[in-house]
Design a binder for this molecule. Structure first.
Ligand SMILES: [Cu+2]
Length: 289
């Protein structure tokens, strides 16, 4: 099953590369990348359009400028969601309508991602000044993408009654490993919530009173005893530091999150009080073509 998925991914990658390797990049001193509308919810990664273009090539000493054309804040952070920041470059949060520029001095391949929306990924390739642009993927490129693909993860989005989108992004541990769960309350600050994660009725994470200044936080479960599905229950406890506002007590549940296959089979919102407004579910292991 995974073999098929990777095959499909390469087809997709070949198409994307074909579109990028055009005379539009004849000038290698600078490159521009857009963060398009709608990237703060998962989906853009299915067509590799979280950063457009997905990959840019510049000469050593050249600059890449990212413009945030979305309505949400994003980051451009060297590294990958799976392995964390590389430390080479990091825009930190940059707001809608602003830009971030970085000058690349060293030849190399620089994958990057968004710290807030870890499904957002792109690549900067820095080549020797004057070098011919590579026309075909090298063996190394393949391996690199292999890694990106296999990192695996699942995400899903729900909504609270006040319209705030709540997204979870789950890593894909095997039995015996911990699951990392990133939670985002879109465009929210000072979010308080509880989170409870269970597997086969056993609690693997019970974090009461979490507070996220930027509306985004990462939670880690205990090592999972098996790759059986887990259920994630998030109980909203209000916006604010002292005084708490918002639909306190609302629950957002993500059910049947399967660690091994990175699939969120179902999202249930509002056991008792929440209206179901939206849900998406996807798997990064199996790109939809
Ligand atoms: Cu982002």
């Amino acid at each position: 099953m995974k073999t098929i998925a990777i095959g499909s991914f390469f087809v997709l990658f070949a198409i994307a590369t074909g579109m990028v390797a055009s005379p539009a990049f004849a000038d290698h001193a600078t490159a521009s990348v857009s963060v398009p509308q709608g990237t703060s919810v998962p989906g853009c990664e299915e067509t590799m359009e979280c950063y457009i273009p997905f990959e840019v090539t510049i000469d050593a000493g050249g600059e890449v400028t990212w413009s945030n054309d979305d309505s949400a804040a994003h980051t451009v952070t060297g590294g990958s969601a799976a392995e964390g920041p590389s430390g080479v470059f990091d825009s930190s949060l940059f707001m809608a309508g602003t830009t971030y520029t970085f000058k690349f001095e060293e030849v190399g391949t620089y994958p990057y991602f968004c710290m807030v929306h870890p499904w957002m990924e792109g690549i900067v390739t820095v080549q020797e000044a004057g070098a011919e642009e590579e026309e075909e993927m090298t063996e190394e490129d393949m391996h690199m993408d292999d890694k990106v693909t296999m990192e695996g993860a699942a995400s899903a989005t729900g909504m609270m009654s006040d319209g705030t989108k709540v997204s979870v992004w789950a890593s894909e541990p095997m039995a015996g490993e911990m699951m990392e769960i990133t939670i985002e309350f879109e465009a929210s600050e000072h979010v308080n919530h509880d989170i409870m994660v269970t597997q086969n009725g056993e609690t693997v994470l019970d974090d009461m009173g979490a507070h996220h200044h930027e509306g985004v936080g990462v939670h880690t479960t205990a090592p999972l005893g098996s790759s059986d599905p887990v259920d994630i229950k998030i109980t909203f406890q209000g916006y604010g530091v002292d005084e708490k506002t918002g639909p306190i007590g609302e629950e957002v549940q993500f059910s049947n999150v399967v660690p091994e296959f990175g699939t969120i089979a179902m999202v249930i919102l509002g056991v008792a009080i929440i209206s179901i407004v939206a849900f998406t579910s996807k798997s990064r292991v199996i790109p939809r073509l």
